[in-house]
Ligand binder design. Sequence first.
Ligand SMILES: [Zn+2]
Ligand SMILES: [Zn+2]
Length: 206
Amino acid sequence: MADGSVQPEFPWPAWMRRARLVPEKPPAPRKTPEAPANADSELSNWCREKATELALPELSAKVCVVWNPRMRTTAGRAWWPTGKIELNPKLRDFSTDEVWQTLKHELAHLIAYQRSGRRKIQPHGIEWQKACADLGIAGESVRHSLPLKGRRMERKLAYACPVCRSVVRRVRPPKRAIACYQCCREHNGGRFHERFELIKVPGDSA
Ligand SMILES: [Zn+2]
Ligand SMILES: [Zn+2]
């Protein structure tokens, strides 16, 4: 107020309050039914907006993203009909890309279920593939494992240098003999020498 006066607060008489003529305190803002402590509000909101964009208000109302530190090698999981998406916190050690890719993969499951209603569908069937395309990840892999063990980094073959014992990992067996880069550089002017030829490590699948 311009003159600096303060509006005195009018104390409602008790009888008015008892007679419910005075509005009671406004109810505390209702929390979403399931908003666990480990929920990620940013990712949850993103999913909500996506569901709204795709005209799925029911999904939008319930979708919730949480980080589950107890997950081991599973990257993500989607629960239906609760609409909960669980993500493995280890995903953040890879890249934000991996987080988003996994989030979209899991949201696609929920979208597919929501659209299908009571109809039974295959987890990674045509409905899920369509939902992936709607989220911009057409052709997404059907795997749920962490990238370390799954897509992109499936370097199951290990080769060791017989001299320095350093290990090189490959996705596919090399077409030609390969030698240790470091040893060749250090002892042979950078040229291939069979003394440093890498030897396959048996039974390694890390
Ligand atoms: Zn899946
Ligand atoms: Zn070497």
